[in-house]
Design a protein around this ligand. Structure first.
Ligand code: PAF
Length: 281
């Protein structure tokens, strides 16, 4: 695996791959990589000749009271894990590559509508930060395919809309959620949990499964959502939301047919966890 520590270093190599007609697959990350990220590399490999991963903890997607400063940074382990899981190139952009005028003075990409609900409503500005950094990374890496985890379901929808609206010639692939043995979705933030919290956080996936079962047998949405909140609270979680929405755009259901997704965000102590489950897949 080759490592590129700036866009200036990466560009000649990107140009070479393009001249050779190699299809570049891209996995953007914020590092502290786990099995979930490694699965994204395997999916990128199925769609591309060259797999590029980036590691950049993006300041503009964290709110003022969020965990940017303490977000786990594990560069040596990340590089070793990427190399062991078939990554061809690691891109470690410098802050100046992505924010040459400083993060506060950056051009902003703002995808409308989607960022106003659920995660976006609770984390104002978060998806503008994500859309902005992903657009910049796409410009620097110029991939033909990019892989994003479905765990961040709303993020995946934002990226799909970004790509379509700005006309990026990039195929966006959503990757299945990788879970721990008790169903807890893998996340870099799981390491903030102690062993007891980690065990109890398995209730998030169990609640999603119960919501799915209830909806498939025809229970009203409000009943399934209320039961999920009760389940979460019984496990010591504080739900921000436990809802069922249209899978396509996270709009509220109004009796129409179409794919649905159940989504939960809940706090265990100081740690905020999110997860989701497609109902009709
Ligand atoms: O999902 C993430 O890790 C981040 O939001 C991303 C897409 C790398 C942008 O910083």
């Amino acid at each position: 695996m080759r490592t590129f520590v700036s866009a200036a270093q990466l560009h000649p190599q990107i140009a070479r791959w393009r001249r050779e007609g190699q299809r570049v697959g891209f996995v953007p990350t914020m590092g502290n990589l786990h099995a979930g990220h490694h699965s994204l590399l395997a999916i990128a490999r199925e769609h591309a000749d060259i797999v590029v991963a980036s590691v950049f903890v993006n300041p503009t997607q964290f709110g003022p009271n969020e965990d940017f400063a303490r977000y786990p940074r594990t560069p040596a382990e990340d590089a070793a894990g990427l190399a062991a899981h078939g990554c061809d190139a690691l891109f470690l952009p410098a802050v100046e590559d992505l924010y040459p005028y400083g993060a506060a003075r950056s051009v902003k990409i703002s995808v409308p509508d989607l960022p106003e609900v659920l995660e976006g409503a609770i984390r104002p500005g978060h998806f503008d930060g994500v859309a902005t950094v992903v657009a910049k990374l796409f410009n620097l890496v110029q991939p033909q395919v990019a892989v994003f985890g479905q765990k961040d379901y709303q993020q995946l929808l934002v990226i799909r809309r970004l790509v379509r609206d700005l006309g990026y010639p990039i195929e966006v692939v959503g990757a299945p959620i990788v879970r721990e043995a008790n169903g807890l979705a893998m996340s870099s933030r799981n390491q903030y949990l102690d062993a007891d919290q980690r065990a109890r956080a398995g209730a998030i996936h169990a609640s999603l499964q119960r919501m799915r079962a209830a909806l498939l047998r025809g229970d009203p949405v409000a009943k399934a959502e209320a039961a999920a909140r009760t389940d979460l609270e019984a496990a010591g979680l504080v739900p921000d939301y436990a809802v069922v929405r249209r899978a396509e755009d996270l709009g509220e259901l109004a009796g129409e047919r179409g794919d649905r997704v159940a989504l939960i965000a809940a706090r265990m102590g100081n740690t905020r966890l999110i997860d989701n489950l497609l109902i009709d897949a």
